[in-house]
Design a protein around this ligand. Structure first.
Ligand code: SF4
Length: 494
């Protein structure tokens, strides 16, 4: 019997944030633990460490006597779960999820884990990524009379998996392999099935996933980022390999990989890690696919100093994401690094002024300049990326109003010119301030004018790849190059 409960009041709608104070959004965080005690508490703490990956909803599921108990709610992890709630989870195997919606609306019914009954008992799934051909499967299943209760890819996957369990006589590994042969896209998944935690990474390794060992009791853990291991006193073992299935046990973990044919036929490369994990999404204290996120951001700053040096008096990061890049730019140029913009951490993430005319005030409430750092100076502002450019325009104006003589903007990512279909919330070309022609000519004068800056420059694609230190062919750069690692209707493959 599936027991899914949800927090129904205090539903938070995060959508307004996108227009007014726009940063790229997307991704989710997943965690799975098998432990001799407190498995739900470990998952709770891991999710809190991953909170930057999604703030809309949180959920935890555990398995007791092959029955799944699941609780999901809207809001931050600590808003959804308290100690009393955690104490109700009795199982030794547990999975959890935090969500930022990329498919499906921001509402409670789309929170994860998603739970379903199958021929071998209850299943629960938590997923980070986007399945490009989920719509096709949804339509096919609907035609066969299936009713869906969410609008997420995760529900499509769990239903396909339940079908495969019937086809394979209840062999979960065989069923997962069959699923991996047909779904196309990005997925790092944790599954609760038959009282076990399984973890699966897509054949291109687009989304991160890593394995650790608990130090305070017997057990193993998988999470989206290694930073969660620090929070729960676990030792990092390794990244889950692209296309690998991992089964967590109390005393060991098992790995299943190199299944022939698990790469969907229209997949075009060996692996394709999302470059945005290093540029912006992952926490700087994480290590993704063997590469330190902080070190990459620092190198990006230094590379930008080589590629686009400018005479200036001070370099100021846009907090928090531009900080490590700005330190690198300062080290590379010798221009002093100063904190000239202070972020108000106590304005709710959902805060948005109802009237467009009040949006300037809204930015001021969230970010405030330190006049003594800025007045009379030639300022370099550093950020990780530009999407629409609306927020950057407001910040440039704010810095000018604080008395800057010149404002130069340096960006730690090449221009974003194309949508992401693999898990980041940027779906239409019209939303980007950069045009493919700007990118091709590496001439950013048009956009500099639009944001009111004296100059604007982005790191080059080659420079970014060099800083990440992973061969270009093993990275997804789709939103920068308009060439994707999997077939997407209407787009080019690389
Ligand atoms: S298209 Fe861009 S954001 Fe999306 S997975 Fe690829 S690199 Fe990451």
């Amino acid at each position: 019997m599936v027991n899914t409960t949800s927090q129904c009041d205090d539903i938070i709608d995060d959508y307004g944030l996108k227009g007014a104070f726009c940063k790229l959004s997307g991704h989710c965080g997943v965690a799975g633990v098998t432990a001799e005690k407190e498995s739900a508490s470990y998952v709770f703490l891991a999710l809190r460490a991953l909170q930057h990956r999604g703030q809309e909803s949180a959920g935890i599921a555990t398995s007791v006597d092959n029955q799944i108990e699941c609780f999901r709610g809207m809001g931050l992890v600590h808003e959804v779960f308290n100690t009393q709630r955690l104490a109700t989870f009795k199982g030794t195997s547990c999975i959890g999820h935090i969500r930022y919606s990329t498919t499906g609306a921001s509402e409670l019914k789309n929170a994860q884990p998603v739970v379903a009954s199958s021929s071998i008992g209850d299943l629960a799934i938590a997923h980070n990524g986007d399945i490009v051909n989920a719509g096709k499967f949804r339509d096919e299943l609907r035609e066969k009379g299936w009713a869906f209760f969410t609008t997420t890819d995760s529900e499509v996957m769990i239903r396909l998996l339940a079908n495969e369990l019937v086809n394979t006589g209840g062999d979960i590994f065989h069923a997962l392999q069959n699923l991996m042969r047909v779904i196309i896209g990005s997925y790092s998944i944790v599954l609760l099935v038959g009282g076990k935690v399984l973890a699966v990474r897509d054949p291109l390794g687009i989304k991160p996933l890593c394995i650790g060992k608990l130090n305070d009791c017997k057990g193993y853990v998988v999470t989206s980022e290694s930073v969660a291991f620090d929070a729960i006193n676990a030792t990092f073992i390794r990244d889950v390999a692209p296309g690998e299935i991992v089964e967590l046990g109390m005393n060991r973990y098992k790995s299943y990989r190199n299944f022939s044919g698990t790469v969907a036929p229209n997949t075009h490369s060996a692996c394709a890690h999302c470059m945005f994990e290093w540029v912006y999404f992952a926490r700087p204290d994480s290590i993704i696919d063997g590469v330190s996120v902080y070190e990459v951001r620092n190198k990006i700053g230094k590379k930008l100093a080589e590629e686009h040096r400018v005479d200036a008096d001070v370099i100021i990061p846009i907090p928090d994401s531009g900080r490590a890049h700005a330190v690198g730019y300062s080290e590379g140029t010798g221009i002093p690094f100063r904190e000239g913009l202070i972020k108000n951490r106590y304005v709710a993430r959902t805060f948005i002024m109802p009237e467009p005319s009040m949006r300037e005030t809204e930015v001021k409430l969230k970010l405030n300049p330190i006049k003594s750092v800025i007045e009379g100076k030639r300022v370099v502002l550093m950020d990780d990326s530009i999407v629409r450019g609306t927020t950057m325009r407001r910040i440039v104006q704010m810095v000018r109003n604080a008395g800057a003589r010149e404002v130069h903007v340096r960006i730690g990512c090449p221009p974003i010119i194309s949508p992401c279909y693999l898990g980041i919330d940027m779906k239409t070309r019209s939303q980007f301030i950069a045009k493919p022609s700007d990118s091709k000519r590496q001439d950013y004068t048009r956009v500099a004018k639009m944001i009111g800056a004296d100059s604007l420059a982005h790191i080059s694609i080659e420079g970014l790849v060099e800083c990440i230190g992973i061969p270009k062919g093993n990275l997804c750069l789709g939103c920068l190059t308009e060439k994707y690692p999997v077939e997407i209707p209407g787009e080019r493959t690389r």
